[in-house]
Design a protein around this ligand. Structure first.
Ligand code: ZN
Length: 191
């Protein structure tokens, strides 16, 4: 599992499920989901991608190739507020969802620049509490609490390991709010 796994079987499962279920894919991962993106271009399922903007593509570049992609790049320092706002966009897709979740936005990831707590992963799980699928990526021993919260959310249960929220700086909030506003405009046009 990792950065290049999109070309292997793992993320093909995401695309396969999305196509078969008429679902949209929500990718929440510090890495942009390049493999799923390629399959999105071929198969046409809607794709909401939430990823690290420092390493990932510009939303405008993606938009030029597809009218069914919505990209929310996150700046370093993003935490629950930003992740939850980006995840909330998924409701606007009005479709079943397949989640592709990397646990690398979790605050205890040693290489991460993000500060999501278990609350953000619990929110991700809740997106599919009424039914849906999740495929995991970028998991490590450090991110086990995030995994437990994700699974509890998907099961419709409470967050088993609540943590103190980590405040975001004003620059992070502004940048994410701007990205969300643009994403709302795009996502409401997806049919
Ligand atoms: Zn990742």
């Amino acid at each position: 599992m990792g950065y290049d796994s999109g070309r292997g079987g793992l993320l093909n499962a995401v695309a396969y499920l999305a196509k078969r279920l008429g679902a949209a894919v929500v990718a929440l991962d510090a890495h942009f989901p390049w493999g799923t993106w390629e399959l999105h271009l071929r198969l046409g399922f809607p794709l909401l991608a939430i990823y690290s903007g420092a390493e990932g593509p510009q939303p405008g570049k993606l938009a030029r190739r597809s009218d069914k992609v919505v990209a929310v790049p996150l700046p370093p320092g993003a935490s629950d507020r930003s992740v939850e706002a980006a995840l909330a966009l998924a409701e606007r897709l009005k479709r079943p969802l397949v989640l592709e979740v990397g646990l690398d936005l979790y605050r205890l990831e040693p290489l991460g620049h993000f500060f999501a707590t278990t609350a953000a992963y619990h929110a991700a799980g809740r997106l599919i509490a009424g039914g849906g699928y999740v495929v995991l990526d970028c998991a490590s021993a450090a991110s086990i609490p995030a995994l437990k919260a994700l699974l509890a959310g998907a099961d419709g249960g409470p967050n088993p390991l609540p943590e103190g929220r980590i405040e975001e700086g004003p620059a992070v909030r502004r940048e994410v709010d701007r990205a969300i506003r643009k994403a709302v405009e795009r996502i409401d046009k997806i049919k």
